[in-house]
Design a protein around this ligand. Structure first.
Ligand code: SF4
Ligand code: SF4
Length: 130
C-alpha cells in the first residue's frame, strides 16, 4: 500500500527530493543500504527512508542518527534502485542546519580571518550554517 504524505510534510519531502535529486518512493525497502552501512546508525538509512515514505519528515530530520552518517557512499553504491541514501541524509542535515538560528554572522568574521582562511572552506561552511 502506498501511503501519500500530506500537508507540510509533503512540502518538506518534495523540497528534500528537489534539493537532492532523489525520489523517496523509488526505495522498495530491500535493506541493502543498511546491511552495508559501517556507521551503526539507529535508525539506519533504510528505516529513515521508510519513515519519509510514511510522511514522518519532522521526526526524521530531528533524528540523531543522521549525524552518525560519514557520507562514505556505501549505501548509494549498493542500492539496486539507484537511490542515494547518502544524498538524502546530507539533504536532511542541510535542512536541519538551515532551520536553526544562524550560529555565525559573516560580518563578524573580520578581514584578517577571511584573508587567512581557505576560500572553499569558508564557502562550504556558510552553505551549511547560514
Ligand atoms: S553514507 Fe552514511 S548511511 Fe550510507 S553507508 Fe555510509 S555511513 Fe551509512
Ligand atoms: S538499498 Fe535502496 S531500495 Fe534498498 S532499502 Fe536502501 S535505499 Fe531502499
Amino acid at each position: 500500500m502506498l501511503i501519500e504524505p500530506q500537508g507540510q510534510s509533503l512540502t518538506a519531502i518534495q523540497e528534500l527530493e528537489r534539493s537532492t535529486g532523489e525520489k523517496i518512493t523509488d526505495c522498495y525497502q530491500c535493506g541493502k543500504c543498511t546491511a552495508g552501512c559501517p556507521a551503526s546508525m539507529d535508525p539506519p538509512p533504510s528505516v529513515l527512508i521508510r519513515k519519509l515514505q510514511l510522511g514522518m519528515f519532522d521526526e526524521v530530520v530531528s533524528e540523531q542518527s543522521i549525524w552518525s552518517c560519514m557520507a562514505c557512499l556505501t549505501c548509494s553504491e549498493r542500492c539496486p534502485k539507484g537511490v542515494s541514501p547518502a544524498a538524502i541524509i546530507e539533504g536532511l542535515k542541510l535542512i536541519h542546519l538551515r532551520d536553526m538560528d544562524p550560529q555565525v554572522q559573516a560580518e563578524e568574521l573580520g578581514q584578517e580571518f577571511l584573508a587567512q582562511s581557505t576560500q572553499q572552506a569558508v564557502v562550504s561552511g556558510f552553505r551549511k550554517f547560514i
